[in-house]
Design a binder for this molecule. Sequence first.
Ligand code: SF4
Length: 556
Amino acid sequence: MNILLVAINSKYTHTNLGMHCLYNYARSQGLVLSLIEEAIQVPILTVLAEITARKPDLVGINVHIWNRNYVYELAALVRQVLPKIVIVLGGPEVGFTPELAKQECQAADYIICGEGEETFLSLCQDLEQGQHPQLSTVPTVVADLSSLPFPYENLPQLVAEHKLVYYECSRGCPFTCSYCLSGISHAVRRRPLNLVLADLQKFMDAKVPLVKFVDRTYNLDENYYLPILQFLAKADTETTFHCEIKADLLSEQVLAFLATMPKKRLQFEIGVQTTNTETLRAIGRQDNWLELSSNVQRLLSYGNIHVHLDLIAGLPYEDFVSWQHSFNAVYKLQPQMLQLGFLKVLRGAAISLQQKEHGILHMAQPPYEVLATKYLNYEQMRFLKVLEDVFDHTYNTGKYQHSLNFLVQEIYGGVPFACYSAITSWWERHQLYEAGHSVREAGLLLLGFVQEMHPGQAAHFAEILRFDIFLGQPNWRPEELCWHTEKLRQRTLQFWRNLKVVHKYFPEYEFTTWRKLRKYLPVESFTWTPQAGFGSEHYILADYTNPGCYLELEEF
Ligand code: SF4
């Protein structure tokens, strides 16, 4: 039997861990099959042609929230062109509601529920022997993760194609957040440590830039995950590892250890979702906000780990005011990224049974995003969507930290929501929503906002914005702002010629070329600095070889 797996990803840069696991496990058990990976951006007829060219007898396709409609249409086309083919679907979008999936995608012969490696293998073996088995409609799990081989056989190729590589050392989650499907199978299973360390070494040897762990909660068992982190800390590598953690579970020992982690080795994603205790209780989360926020503050103070926090709007009991409290509290931690998400009422998730109770209205089709609840009406939800857009274009770029801080602290009384809601209203008035703006345009939009809404503060804001741009955007000197580089040219040359002074700042300095100095170590003057605030002129040297680093030149 000619068996083909087809992974449909949300972007070209993604890899499909689930399908690679299925493929490599089946191969390791002696099944002959092939795998192709495509993205939803590829025209569906191109994928159809790719499938039919291989003349498969069986095709297996993954179904997720982001590719459901594409896959259903693809399956129907495959059925038309290859009427005798066996079509197998699996993945979270179909695995928890198989009967419904069968109704919606009548081309499908089988739906795999739960983790597919063993089920898919035995299904193929049965079919090869002429049997037509019934599959379980209850999600199944793989009990022993040591039975699964390393998921990627072609790492160098994935790196060459700039693919984002996913990996998991454990499956299952002991928690039961009502909006999530991962908690449905409580059983947490772990891949033996020695195998995990060997797998991670393969990623580092292949120089994979970023490995994302998809373990649902990475830091459940310290005896298991701490040795992994210690191994990563010692490694001589440029690879960054991204993990989702529960920050309130970090112990003193782990926190102290994390301070020693090499810079850029780790990224942490931490789901806060809300700080409202009634909401937390209703969605089945037992997070301790005080512990969580104090641990996040500590992590951020180390400056070596990128911290990404998440909030969700549209949860039970979270109204407009309560969401603002959550937002203000989380914003004050100043993570490198704060993702403002919206509840998705996933099929099979516990919250889908509580819609009436909480007046939840949501999109009937993927991504099933919330439109309104008993607590947040549609207009408020829509406003928060625009606020999310503003936030992603400004704060989450990481390029306007001081400028935004000035707005929040000096113009909006230290209340982040007041600041971002004012920008949001302005953004809507100017029809900037969903228009797509570059990082540079966003900077100029912020300037436009202040010039229009707070003209008395515009000069001060422009100076801080100039500082942010000078440090964070080396190749951009917008003419809307007043630059002094040319005026300082002669003085800058004199500075670099005065080796006695230069060596105070750069003990190892050796002259290379003027071009390099101008390009990588430019000097600019400002009447504002983060340390001194507004006042006399300061000479700032930006070090573009170390992004974000700068020196104030007292002798210039
Ligand atoms: S949201 Fe996270 S912690 Fe909660 S059940 Fe899902 S995976 Fe587990």
